[in-house]
Design a binder for this molecule. Structure first.
Ligand code: C5P
Length: 397
């Protein structure tokens, strides 16, 4: 797994001769596992063609704030939300000035204003321009706003000058983007996550289950691994590939999931109950396939053990985070769940919306603890996973 696996990078290419290197930057980001979309400014288009960037990124290049069709398919706000990081390489003096002034005069500057993800800027220009008081003052403003600057290198420039202003090699830029996602927030911490759906057999052919795909749990696992945690996954039925850096324990019934969690919970710092555990199992599953008949068939169900509730009662309980998949009285039900189960936080998701939650790649949730409710707007499960882990580590560690 590379540093940028599952990461969406928006690459802004602005008007500098170094823009000819942009297709190579796209490739190096892809080598690290990133999905790349390019925004090409008017200036950038003087130095590199849209076609080269489309061919390498394998995505349509975004170049116009006022393009009606582009706004319909992926508008500037969606593009900003899609991005896990924004990289502007090369960043011209003009683009740097637009960002420092907070302008929304073109697509790139507007996307920057609309995004809440980390931003990296690789200035590239003539050495005299780079050294100018204005450019340096603008860069200082950007640093104050937590924008990361990839410093230009010293050497011979396209214009024949020698000095600072050359764009660093593409692989160096890509590595710098990758490093941004390496955090140590959970280093030394152990996290146990349940995920996916449980399956309760009725007979050897039929079963009782639910729509959970395991995508949210898998995204949380990725975020924990990225943050340096040692992760154990107790997985029910999932339809995603799980990160092999985690210890993966298969537990497809509620009973097996309960046993696996209780066996492994000792010494865990955080427990995230993300699995959709069946509330009931079949009292007497049949050994042979039940034959069809015209009679009413009654199947007796018996309640399963509430794993989360049990973990919350342990003497040395870890930080416990539960999920509440609700269809009505959302906040009220989630709040009750927080109190009933005795966990530290509940993550509420509205599963009545077919576009979100179960099976979907996106979700929108509310992080609820005893002190506050934090709304996390609709976004990819990967991004939400990272946000949730950030909140957990800020609030509880
Ligand atoms: O009570 P309810 O099933 O709605 O609670 C959902 C939360 O409790 C989820 O975090 C789920 O993983 C957890 N849970 C559990 N064991 C069960 C049922 C739910 O850990 N038997």
């Amino acid at each position: 797994m590379s540093h940028l696996t599952n990461k969406n990078i928006v690459l802004g290419v602005s008007g500098s001769i170094a823009a000819y290197k942009a297709p190579d930057i796209v490739r190096r980001l892809q080598d690290l596992g990133a999905e790349v979309r390019v925004i090409l400014t008017q200036g950038g288009a003087q130095f590199i063609t849209e076609l080269s960037l489309q061919a390498t990124s394998k995505n349509k290049v975004h170049d116009n704030l006022w393009d009606k069709e582009a706004e319909l398919s992926m508008g500037h706000i969606e593009l900003a939300k899609w991005a896990d990081a924004l990289l502007i390489a090369p960043a011209s003096a003009n683009t740097i000035s637009n960002i420092a002034a907070g302008k929304a005069c073109d697509l790139l500057s507007s996307v920057i204003l609309a995004s809440d993800c980390p931003i990296l800027i690789a200035p590239a220009m003539n050495q005299q321009m780079y050294a100018s008081i204005s450019v340096q003052a603008n860069l200082a403003t950007l640093v104050q706003r937590d924008i990361q600057i990839i410093n230009p290198e010293h050497g011979v420039q396209a214009c024949g000058d020698i000095g600072e202003g050359r764009l660093p090699e593409s692989d160096k830029i890509a590595k710098q983007v990758g490093l941004m996602f390496q955090s140590t927030k959970l280093s030394g911490k152990k996290v146990l996550i349940t995920l996916g759906a449980t399956i309760e057999a009725i007979d050897p052919v039929r079963y009782l289950s639910n729509h959970s795909s395991g995508k949210m749990g898998s995204a949380l696992a990725e975020a924990c691994i990225e943050a340096g945690a040692q992760v154990t996954l107790v997985a029910g039925n999932v339809s995603v590939e799980l990160n092999q850096k985690a210890e993966i324990i298969s537990a497809t019934t509620a009973e097996k999931m309960h046993q696996s969690v209780m066996k492994n919970i000792n010494g865990q710092d955080i427990f995230i109950a993300c699995a959709a555990v069946s509330d009931y199992s079949i009292k007497n599953p049949e050994n042979h396939k039940i034959k069809k008949s015209n009679q009413t068939l009654t199947i007796e169900l018996t309640p399963t053990k509430d794993i989360l509730k049990e973990v919350c009662k342990l003497d040395k309980k870890p930080i416990c985070i539960g999920f509440a998949a609700e269809t009505q009285n959302l906040l009220e039900n989630a709040q009750n769940k927080l109190n009933n189960k005795g966990c530290d936080a509940i993550i509420l998701n509205d599963v009545s919306n077919a576009d979100l939650g179960f099976k979907s790649d996106e979700n929108a949730v509310v992080f609820i603890d005893q002190k506050s409710n934090v709304k996390l707007a609709k976004n990819s499960k990967q991004k939400l996973g990272r946000k949730i882990i950030e909140i957990i580590s800020e609030k509880f560690l």
